[in-house]
Design a protein around this ligand. Structure first.
Ligand code: AMP
Length: 359
């Protein structure tokens, strides 16, 4: 039986070896923990800063058994970990946080929006479809233009296309691979916001200030935080975060992407059961950042304060933009965070810069 809080010297297992795993591992090390990374690719950004590395597919029984043996608690840095892998880890007696339910909800856009609405959290109108005919009916019901998204495996704007007229729905359905989809009403948002929040093993909640996010081609380019927002918006964001975290009986940090629509109303676009790109500003803007907060939560430690000590403009460095690190490093107001990826590829997230601003 694991007893909480986990003492320093314990090992935190992480499913996934990307930049989020790397920054989680660095935060864990600062609190005296060792980290074990399970990731299919060799030489991953996270494995290179971790005490233990297991190179195996997420569904490889031997790899999962090794991770379970090494770890006192296991978490994940991306949400598309196969549900069967988490089940296997549980069967092996491992503690996994966040749990299977949070992953199941976040992995399927239909389950996610259904969960949100059932818990009193508003979203755009949506309808599910699993054939060309039902896709047409879904668009007719929701109204065009509508956004068709694959139920599973979409991220950074991938796996989604606009349908301009109901008559075009079947073609878009086929272009998306003929897999189950949801059709969403267009959100006429004024801006995109996000809230990062945490829930501890004792049920305590901590909510960070809002970030205002700017995307290009579905990928986050820039976040400004704390976002200026009316008190009514802040109240809605806090209520939404609390409803999601308690509704999922969640342990850890969650990222919630929001649309602010006319009239000062927030709708949830999606939830990420992990630390989130729009929370990177907390590394230089908050007393305790999202990475340390997540480690605290899964290790059963008390959560830390989430107040902003500074305003931050976070810029993602995509592809060759990472080559501009000397320029950012020379700016006294900029903090450079690079992920140690060996190869630059167009659009690949290579690092980010937090530019400090006065509050
Ligand atoms: P997602 O992959 O769901 O996070 O969507 C990526 C981006 O597409 C969002 O950040 C929005 O800019 C845009 N988007 C997603 N859903 C909608 C929607 N229902 N209406 C308008 N824009 C959307």
């Amino acid at each position: 039986m694991t007893t909480w809080p986990l003492p320093p010297g314990s090992t935190i297992g992480i499913l996934g070896g990307g930049q989020l795993g790397r920054m989680l591992a660095l935060a864990a090390a600062r609190l005296g923990f060792d980290v074990a990374i399970l990731e299919p690719e060799r030489d991953s950004p996270a494995a290179r800063v971790a005490a233990h590395s297991v190179v195996a597919a997420y569904d490889d029984p031997k790899g999962l058994a090794k991770l379970a043996r090494l770890s006192d608690v296991i978490t994940c840095e991306f949400e598309n970990v196969p549900a069967a892998a988490v089940e296997r880890l549980r069967e092996l007696g491992a503690e996994v946080a966040p749990g299977a339910r949070a992953l199941a909800v976040a992995q399927d856009r239909l389950a996610e929006k259904t969960f949100l609405n059932e818990n009193g959290v508003p979203t755009v109108a949506f309808a599910a479809a699993d054939s060309a005919e039902s896709a047409e009916a879904a668009v007719a019901q929701i109204g065009a233009p509508a956004l068709m998204k694959t139920r599973r495996e979409g991220y950074d704007g991938k796996g989604q296309r606009w349908v301009e007229h109901a008559a075009g729905a079947a073609e878009v359905f086929r272009a998306l691979g003929g897999v189950p989809v949801i059709v969403e009403a267009q959100a006429n948002f004024v801006r995109e916001l996000s809230v990062i929040a945490a829930r501890g093993r004792d049920g305590a909640l901590r909510i960070y200030p809002l970030a205002e996010n700017h995307h290009a081609a579905g990928v986050l380019r820039r976040s400004l935080a704390p976002a200026r927002a009316a008190p009514a918006i802040l109240d809605q964001a806090e209520r939404i975060a609390a409803q999601i975290l308690t509704g999922l009986d969640y342990v850890g940090v969650i990222g919630v992407e929001l649309f602010e629509v006319e009239g000062g109303i927030l709708l949830v676009n999606e939830i990420a059961p992990r630390v989130h790109n729009t929370g990177h500003w907390t590394q230089d803007g908050c007393e305790v950042d999202q990475f340390e907060q997540h480690i605290r939560a899964v290790a059963g430690w008390p959560l830390g304060p989430t107040d902003a000590i500074r305003a931050v403009e976070m810029l993602n460095l995509l592809g060759e933009e990472a080559l501009e690190w000397p320029r950012y490093a020379a700016e006294p107001e900029s903090r450079v965070h690079l992920y140690g990826k060996r190869q630059i590829k167009p659009g690949r997230k290579m690092g980010h810069v937090n530019r400090l601003r006065g509050l």
